[in-house]
Design a protein around this ligand. Structure first.
Ligand SMILES: [Zn+2]
Length: 85
C-alpha cells in the first residue's frame, strides 16, 4: 500500500505531510517550503484546483501551469493532477 500523500504542495509540488498541531488539529505541512494549513482547508483548496482544471482554466503542464497560472495560485493541489505518470 502506498503511503504517498493525496495532496501535493502547489508551490513545490512535493507531497505534504499530515501532522497534529498543539491544539490537536490535523494540519498539512509541506516538508519542502513549510507551507501549512488545516487538513480541511488544504483539501478544499485541492478540490478548487481540480474544479478549475476540469473547467479548462488550468493546463496541466507539470509544474509550470501551477507557478504561472494567472488566475490564482493554489497552495495545495490533488496528487492525481500532479503525478500523472
Ligand atoms: Zn511547498
Amino acid at each position: 500500500m502506498s503511503s504517498s500523500s493525496p495532496i501535493f504542495c502547489g508551490r513545490c509540488l512535493a507531497p505534504v505531510k499530515l501532522t497534529i498541531d498543539a491544539s490537536w488539529v490535523s494540519v498539512i505541512v509541506c516538508p519542502s517550503c513549510g507551507q501549512t494549513d488545516t487538513f480541511s482547508n488544504a483539501f478544499k483548496e485541492a478540490d478548487e484546483y481540480a474544479a478549475a482544471y476540469f473547467r479548462g482554466e488550468i493546463t496541466n503542464e507539470r509544474g509550470q501551469a501551477l507557478q504561472n497560472n494567472p488566475l490564482r495560485r493554489f497552495r495545495f493541489v490533488p496528487r492525481y493532477l500532479v503525478d500523472k505518470n
